[in-house]
Design a protein around this ligand. Structure first.
Ligand SMILES: [Ca+2]
Ligand SMILES: [Ca+2]
Length: 422
């Protein structure tokens, strides 16, 4: 308890400087790591657009300028390894000869993909496939992705975009492989990314699955000939670039900006305590978060230490206000006498104690308030016009740059000597 009281006192000291220094994190620039298939989609690839052109259009459409601009670089990566999912698994777990570390610091967004050899899937597979990680089965692919995502989700200072497989043209594969690739990619987008994979569980907010496969594949899981360089070449052509580049830019940056908004949301937390010499924490008290004058947007209860928290709050002007109809106590003849002494000028009640002394709620303290205190003490009355509890007013301006910590003093009305221990 002593520790908590100390922290409460510290918080009181911090009240006037409650804005904590915090870094504003943005997710507006990054790097696309690809090989040949990704390079074609980057463009122009004979089309009349490209990813850079679509980024310019995105910035214009959103009115972005200066530090708000989104951007993306691209790089052939891995430099000397293939970009199969088994390789990405090793890269993310840092067991491959190449790693991402040199790219991380300067790139909040990291976009990865595999090329069309990833669609050569031999079978659904079985759990023992993982003993041979390069074996291409749906089981192994899911295993690789879960491992990659497990690393991604621990790097919340990055936003990741991961493409589904690139499909193959009919002449490069067979119907079974094509359907297996379809099956895996559908799982990635519709099950895993929806948080519905029972093995992986909740999908991390800092990852977006870009379902390239289903943008350019036909119903049989082959690369639609419309989007292939030729019937024997599974590289995407100009029509594919024209189709995919704008979707890639829009989906990826929409998702990264959603994440940016999410991480920019801040919390308001604090401690509610009684205005007595022990600063007793007020336990299990309902606390409202009120937007503006009167819009109750959230409520919570204080814990055993008097602590409460409202998380993921939009920036705005709030009032934190506990309920005032809780159990009342602490008033006796001493308080009645103190009210009289204040009235005649022997003592001066200030702040919350002055507020709590004005029992008839008429803006000043006089003998009527003293009489009310005495009457309630002996049970002649059971309420005050002012209600049971008073709290320090607690307006909070949440700018979105930092979490805010407040402390709120409370008192039972009439307990002007602060004798109550709730
Ligand atoms: Ca009064
Ligand atoms: Ca008292």
């Amino acid at each position: 308890m002593k520790l908590k009281l100390t922290s409460a006192l510290l918080i009181i000291g911090l009240m006037t400087t409650s804005l904590l220094v915090a870094q504003v994190v943005t997710f507006r620039s990054g790097i696309f790591l690809h090989h040949s298939t990704g390079g074609n989609i980057w463009g122009p690839n004979g089309s009349n657009t490209s990813v850079p052109e679509e980024i310019t259009a995105y910035n214009t459409a959103h009115g972005f300028s200066g530090t708000d601009l989104v951007s993306l670089d691209e790089s052939w990566f891995p430099v000397s390894l293939d970009n199969e999912w088994s390789t990405w698994h090793e890269i993310f777990e840092q067991t491959a000869p190449e790693n991402l570390c040199t790219l991380c610091n300067t790139n909040p967004i990291i976009m990865i993909k595999s090329c069309f050899p990833s669609s050569n899937i031999y079978e659904v597979g079985q759990p023992s496939d993982t003993l041979n990680p390069t074996y291409k089965s749906v089981v192994n692919y899911k295993w690789h992705w879960r491992h990659i995502l497990n690393v991604m989700k621990t790097h919340l200072n990055h936003f990741f975009v991961i493409w589904t497989n690139a499909p193959l043209v009919y002449n490069d594969t067979d119907p079974t492989q094509a359907m297996l690739s379809h099956q895996f990619c559908k799982w990635a987008k519709d099950t895993l990314a929806q948080g519905l994979d029972p093995v992986f569980g909740a999908f991390p907010p800092n990852v977006y699955v870009f379902d390239y496969f289903h943008k350019v594949a036909n119903a049989q899981g082959f690369l639609n000939p419309l989007y292939a360089v030729s019937s024997w070449d599974s590289h995407p052509n100009a029509t594919a670039t024209q189709l995919v580049a704008p979707q890639l830019v829009n989906e990826s940056f929409d998702a990264s900006l959603d994440y940016e908004f999410l991480v920019s949301l801040k919390s308001i937390d604090g401690i509610l305590y009684y205005d007595n010499s022990q600063l007793t924490p007020i336990v299990n008290r309902k606390v409202y978060l009120i937007l503006g004058c009167c819009n109750k947007v959230d409520s919570t209860y204080t814990d055993a230490d008097g602590h409460f928290i409202f998380q993921d709050i939009d920036p705005g002007n709030y009032i934190v206000k506990p309920v005032d109809d809780e159990e009342w106590g602490g008033v006796n003849a001493d308080d009645a006498l103190a009210l009289l002494k204040h009235f005649v000028g022997f003592i001066t009640l200030t702040g919350l104690r002055e507020i709590a002394g004005n029992l008839d709620d008429n803006h000043f303290i006089n003998s009527i308030d003293a009489m009310m205190a005495a009457k309630r003490y002996v049970g002649l009355i059971s309420t005050f016009p002012i209600g049971n509890w008073s709290y320090e007013s607690c307006p909070v301006e949440l700018s979105g740059d930092a979490n805010i910590t407040v402390s709120i003093k409370s008192i039972c009305n009439g307990d002007v000597n602060g004798s109550f221990i709730p």
